[in-house]
Design a protein around this ligand. Structure first.
Ligand code: IMP
Ligand code: MG
Length: 175
């Protein structure tokens, strides 16, 4: 495990993103943060406490079917209220190809929000399969390596690390 971003840097950046979001949505009559399960389990609660505006919070789970290669996406959880006319901000752990977020955007846009944008803690630049103009807030850019911690998992492990680390071969083997 190689630490990439320590807890203090994460906290500072999340505060910065919160300040930007607070400024951008200051006039919003109905702000709704929608956390993507399960990776936003650390980012969403930290971020929402850095935005001093009235808001609602919901959750959406979108997963790839196990065993398929880059294939079908499955809606595993939809804990959202009516978002018609609302300003929706999707909160995601990491954007790689953008496929998961595109599915979330398509799904939520059908419900006629007034606006929709994305805040991702991490992005892997160059990995996007198509442009994602809704990606308005990004915490850090990381390389192509697989990262874990602060909500991000490998095989459902490591989400509770307070920092972000690159997984190394010995870690993947569980040692
Ligand atoms: P995308 O659909 O390719 O953008 O994939 C995004 C999803 O894949 C994220 O929500 C994560 O769950 C997962 N993911 C992509 N890269 C990583 C990584 O480096 N570590 C942990 N999860 C990742
Ligand atoms: Mg995810």
């Amino acid at each position: 495990m190689r630490e990439l971003i320590n807890a203090a840097r994460i906290a500072e950046r999340v505060r910065g993103l919160g300040a930007e979001i607070e400024r951008d949505y200051a006039g919003s009559p109905d702000l709704v943060l929608i956390g993507m399960l399960r990776g936003s389990v650390c980012f969403l609660p930290d971020l929402m406490r850095c935005v001093a505006l009235p808001m609602r919070v919901g959750f959406l789970g979108i997963h790839r079917y196990d065993g398929t290669v880059g294939g079908d996406l499955r809606l595993s959880a939809d804990e959202t209220d009516n978002i018609a006319g609302a300003d929706v901000l999707i909160v995601e752990d990491i954007v790689e190809h953008g496929t998961t977020l595109q599915a979330a955007l398509d799904l939520l846009r059908d419900r006629l929000p007034r606006s929709i944008a994305v805040a991702a803690l991490l992005s892997k630049p160059g990995a996007l399969k198509h442009p994602l103009p809704e990606l308005r807030y990004v915490g850090f850019e990381v390389g192509s390596e697989f990262v874990v911690g602060y909500g991000l998992d490998f095989d459902q492990r490591y989400r509770n690390l307070p920092y972000i680390a690159a997984l190394e071969p010995g870690d993947a083997a569980g040692s």
